[in-house]
Design a protein around this ligand. Structure first.
Ligand code: PMP
Length: 400
């Protein structure tokens, strides 16, 4: 059979991370590649109790189809949670549950972009956002970030150039807190400036915040959504890093017009998110389990971050640059300009260590000498051994 696939597959490429997964069955491989939470952070005991109670108390509803926007009591609990943790004030009607925040990214691409239209991202940015926006054939422009977050002056200049040519980007996608992949956090001044730019040019901001509660040191920085009084910010949250990613539950907080459009897209994707997961998340919030679980996860990950940073300082060659994140799950390593980390990956896999090369995090693979390392998943001894192996690989590559 000769299948006639749609043109879209010229734009959709497999992610390097997915391809790496085939190596994860090798028990010798130490992988800093995936973005997985450590299973030790899962609230197993609490989940068992909640699951039993959910089946006993709401079984008939929890196993039934739910509404597309999600369970009302969960949306009310979420409103309280985001107010408490992020200072965001939201009404039930401004919240929609999604199947992971990944689905929200796809839906947002779908509701805003016609093929070929521009969206702005950070450079580097989340690889799953690149896939989601690619599925709608959006043209992505990456604005560099540094250790203070996205370069908002460069952003404004870029927008002005677009306007001079009679076009305007459809939205600006940012992960301001503990960025994936860079680990950096956008400072308050830049957040305010970004919001000003959004208002001035009427371009919405998509604020993706899966890691905000995983802070290991430093003071919290207000979410952009908490400063938004005019519907400029579309906020994405998820239970993946504060409960468990297997439940596939995320949410969007935005102006009702946006929520209604996402609802329509979602009707065509999966009708509704998983009812059982929604009841579980509802109880997890209502009982306050979430507030007891987060500090445990934070102290587990803080130790792992410290260990990876210490090992890098000890074993990596002079001149290698890396970010020192205050939270989240990743750090970003920049090597000598002459090194191509995509090419180096083969050498790394032979040495039984994996990472994701930096090019994967640029819409057009612009930069070649960086890599993302995940510090949350591996056991402590593996973190040290993996960094030693990687140091060996980098040294070897520098000699070529
Ligand atoms: N956005 C970012 C920045 C992420 O890092 C992730 C997960 N790695 C997601 C969205 C998607 O998360 P989920 O679908 O599990 O909610």
């Amino acid at each position: 059979m000769e299948y006639r696939f749609s043109d879209i597959f010229r734009y959709i490429k497999p992610s390097e991370i997915r391809s790496l997964l085939k190596y994860t069955s090798d028990p010798e491989l130490i992988s800093f590649g995936g973005g997985m939470p450590n299973p030790e952070s899962f609230p197993i005991k609490e989940m068992k109790e909640i699951l039993n109670d959910v089946i006993d108390n709401y079984g008939k509803k929890a196993l039934q189809y739910g509404t597309t926007e999600g369970l009302d009591p969960l949306r009310d609990e979420l409103a309280k949670y985001v107010e408490k943790t992020e200072g965001i004030r939201a009404k039930r009607e401004e919240i929609i549950l999604t199947t992971g925040s990944q689905q929200a990214l796809y839906a947002i691409g779908k509701i805003f972009t016609n093929p070929g239209e521009t969206v702005i991202t950070e450079g580097p940015t989340y690889v799953g956002a690149i896939s989601a926006f690619n599925s709608n054939k959006a043209e992505m422009i990456a604005i560099d970030l540094d250790d203070k977050g996205m370069d908002v002056d460069a952003l404004e200049e870029r927008i002005r150039n677009f306007m001079a040519n009679g076009t305007k980007p459809k939205f600006i996608y940012v992960i301001p807190t503990f960025q994936n992949p860079a680990g950096t956090t956008m400072v308050l001044d830049r957040r305010k400036q970004l919001l000003e730019i959004s208002k001035r040019y009427e371009i919405p901001i998509v604020e993706d915040n899966p890691y905000g509660q995983l802070r290991y040191d430093g003071d919290p920085v207000p979410s952009i959504k908490s400063m938004d009084d005019d519907g400029n910010v579309i906020y994405l949250g998820t239970f993946s890093k504060v409960m468990a990613p297997g439940l596939r539950l995320g949410y969007v907080i935005a102006d009702r017009q946006i929520v209604e459009k996402i609802n329509l897209v979602k009707q065509g994707l999966d009708l509704a998110s998983d009812s059982l997961s929604e009841y579980i998340a509802y109880e997890y919030l209502k009982r306050g389990d979430i507030y007891r679980q987060i500090p445990k996860t934070v102290s587990l990950y803080r130790k792992k971050r410290d260990l990876m940073l210490k090992s890098i300082a000890e074993y990596f060659p002079e001149g290698v640059k890396y970010t020192k994140p205050n939270g989240g799950m990743f750090l970003w390593v920049s090597l000598d300009e002459k090194i191509d980390t995509t090419r180096m990956l083969e050498r790394a896999l032979k040495a039984k260590v994996a990472y994701v090369s930096g090019a994967a995090f640029y819409p057009h693979g612009e930069k070649h000498n960086s890599m993302r390392l995940n510090f949350t998943y591996s056991d402590d001894d593996k973190i040290v051994e993996g960094i030693k192996r990687l140091a060996y690989v980098i040294n070897e590559e520098m000699e070529v």
